[in-house]
Design a protein around this ligand. Structure first.
Ligand SMILES: [Zn+2]
Length: 245
């Protein structure tokens, strides 16, 4: 009897000892990511490198005509961008970057930190190391990453249809070879040229206004009847007269 009782106790310990681990919703798995893992909830007033990483991921949700500062400070604009991101994915958020928000970001990003529907390769048909532009290779690549997150937001807003990327970063040599403007944003890595895709040029140019692109050039603007160019710059310059922009 005694041995059977001990066995029963051991069995109970085994069952209940193991239960918490197996019944746990595996926070370790959902909270880790090969690119970047947030280890705290973030809300207005927070600051730090993890805030800046969040800002890059929600850079495509700044509001019409706005650009989100990637300054590591969780102010009202970051809160609003997070709220728009949460709304876009039905997370029911309130502008606080909680675990559900981070989990959605993890689901949207590849191990190299690019959003799942865009690649560094697509954004650089010029060379393999991002060198030779108007900024360091690291800065050009970082700029391209931000543009990709803006495009990911735009893609989602347009029904998750593929967006055709025809080019991005150019070294000075690559820019000269295609007759690019001397101050082209392609030299900085943040410019992206879009093909018509299923959306069409005007729909792309119009939608881009919602996603943090200060530079939008499209049909009707010299040299842009066959693509839409989106980029970052210090002041807003949009021109696509054939599309009402
Ligand atoms: Zn361009």
């Amino acid at each position: 009897m005694r041995s059977r009782l001990l066995l029963a106790v051991f069995a109970l310990v085994a069952v209940f000892g193991a239960a918490p681990a197996s019944a746990d919703p595996a926070p370790a798995a959902s909270a880790s990511d090969a690119c970047f893992t947030w280890d705290r909830e973030l809300s207005e007033g927070a600051s730090g490198a993890d805030v800046r990483q969040l800002q890059i991921r929600v850079a495509g949700y700044p509001g019409t005509g706005s650009v989100l500062a990637l300054d590591g400070e969780y102010g009202p604009a970051t809160k609003a961008a997070v709220n728009r991101f949460q709304d876009a994915y039905g997370l029911g958020g309130n502008g606080v970057a909680n675990q559900a928000t981070f989990d959605k970001i993890y689901a949207l990003q590849d191990n190299d930190c690019t959003p799942v529907n865009f690649t560094y390769g697509e954004l650089n048909g010029c060379n393999s190391n991002w060198s030779g532009g108007n900024v360091s290779a690291a800065e050009a690549k970082a700029n391209a990453l931000v543009s990709m997150w803006k495009l990911q937001a735009m893609r989602h807003a347009m029904g998750d249809q593929p967006i055709v990327v025809n080019g991005g970063f150019r070294s000075v040599a690559c820019n000269d070879a295609v007759g690019g403007a001397p101050a082209s944003r392609h030299l900085y890595g943040d410019a992206v040229d879009l093909g018509a895709g299923s959306q069409g040029f005007c729909a792309l140019a119009q939608q881009a206004r919602e996603h943090g692109f200060r530079e939008i050039l499209g049909p009707g603007y010299q040299g842009h009847d066959d693509h839409v160019h989106v980029a970052h710059r210090s002041s807003q310059f949009w021109s696509a007269p054939s599309c009402g922009i």
